[in-house]
Design a protein around this ligand. Structure first.
Ligand code: ADP
Ligand code: MG
Length: 352
């Protein structure tokens, strides 16, 4: 087990793409850490650079006390699960799981014993003689995991390991993965573009964009206090309302409403008001009033979108028993302390 320390790391591809751009990151020993961000932001490249499959252009990677920046991948004691699992199609499950041990020239008997034990713990015991082509997606995913954990690595790197599974299986696999990581206590970096997955699994999350970290924090921090509008847009299963506003006399004028400003800003300051649909209550009071234009079923409750007199659209979640009719006039009152103000100019948070 070990801490991962990434310092000033850049990885530039030969074509000039700076996929990781001066990134600093420390993952604690035993932590389940999620790297979250849109496609192309550099998640895979960062993982591959930690594993040694890409060479860092500058900066360093340390695993535990050891600087591994120049160490070849096989000697970093890192295990990686790839997005497409990368199982060997001509090998059985048993041979696939044992492969890294074979490469490490461990005794045949150990290979067999560890492969069988790991397969058992991942409910693959009955499938040891099958080939990947004879397995379901979820089973292939578990074989890939088994192959990774069988070598007792210091660090486990998972690149979107659940993305090829269908929705239900994915939820199951998620719970399973969380339990496995807890049991093994292995330092884990989990890459995903799915914010719900990151929120559910991780001890901490880093939100990446263009090779850099935009925000790093606990799932709760990142969800309830995104530090800029990029992160605010990215996190949340219903999108955060991000509304143009302007400060006037201790209030913020937004969507035709006049709400008490949580911050003491100069009159005329242009802001973006951020408030999650979950933190708007449909009730009488000082809030944003509009006409209901869409009601979407969320399973538990609904997302109600209103159109305000100035044309702004604002969403709020409500319980099904309070669901308003389309065309009704309703008011959404922000919960105390849940109004976030961002700079209109830079998108950075001003406060709440
Ligand atoms: P993510 O995993 O977040 O989708 P990647 O790390 O795969 O992002 O890619 C980051 C950037 O690097 C993208 O612009 C991508 O096109 C580029 N890139 C990835 N792999 C290579 C490569 N082998 N050669 C050149 N550019 C690459
Ligand atoms: Mg990727």
């Amino acid at each position: 087990m070990a801490q991962i320390t990434v310092a000033g790391l850049s990885t530039v591809y030969p074509n000039g793409v700076r996929a990781v751009d001066g990134l600093d990151l420390t993952v604690a020993d035993g932590e389940f850490f999620a790297l979250l961000g849109p496609s192309g932001c550099g998640k895979t490249t960062l993982l591959r650079t930690i594993a040694g499959l890409e060479q860092a252009t500058s900066g360093s990677v340390a695993i535990g006390p050891r600087d591994v920046t120049m160490v070849e991948p096989g000697k970093r004691n890192v295990a990686m699960v790839f997005q497409d699992y990368a199982l060997f199609p001509h090998m059985t499950v048993q041979e696939n799981i044992a492969y890294p041990m074979r490469v490490r020239k461990q005794p045949k008997a150990t290979q067999k014993e560890v492969a069988e034990r790991t397969a058992q713990s991942l409910s693959l015991g009955a499938l040891l003689e099958r080939r990947p082509g004879q397995l379901s997606g979820g089973q292939q995913q578990r074989v890939a995991l088994a192959r990774a954990v069988a070598i007792d690595a210091d660090v486990l790197l998972l690149d979107e390991p659940l993305s090829n599974l269908d929705a239900r299986l994915r939820l199951e696999a998620r719970t399973f993965l969380k339990r496995l990581q807890r049991e093994l206590g292995v330092t884990t970096v989990f890459v995903t573009h799915d914010q719900a997955e990151a929120l559910a699994l991780a001890d901490r999350i880093a939100v990446m964009e263009s090779g850099r970290i935009r925000q790093l924090g606990s799932p709760r921090e990142v969800f309830s206090r995104p530090t800029d509008t990029f992160v605010a847009n990215f996190i949340g299963s219903t999108p955060m309302n991000l509304l143009d506003g302007v400060i006037e006399g201790g209030h913020v004028l937004v969507a035709g409403a006049r709400l008490p400003s949580p911050l003491d800003l100069e009159d005329g300051t242009k802001v973006v008001v951020g408030v999650r649909p979950e933190y708007l209550a449909m009730e009488e009071g000082v809030g944003i009033t509009g006409t209901v234009s869409i009601v979407e079923n969320l399973g538990v409750g609904s997302l109600v979108t209103v159109e305000c007199p100035d044309g702004t659209l604002v969403g709020a979640t409500v319980r099904e028993q309070h669901e308003p009719a389309v065309g009704a006039s309703v008011t959404f009152v922000p919960e105390r302390g849940r109004l976030l103000l961002y700079s209109k100019e830079t998108g950075a948070i001003l406060g709440q």
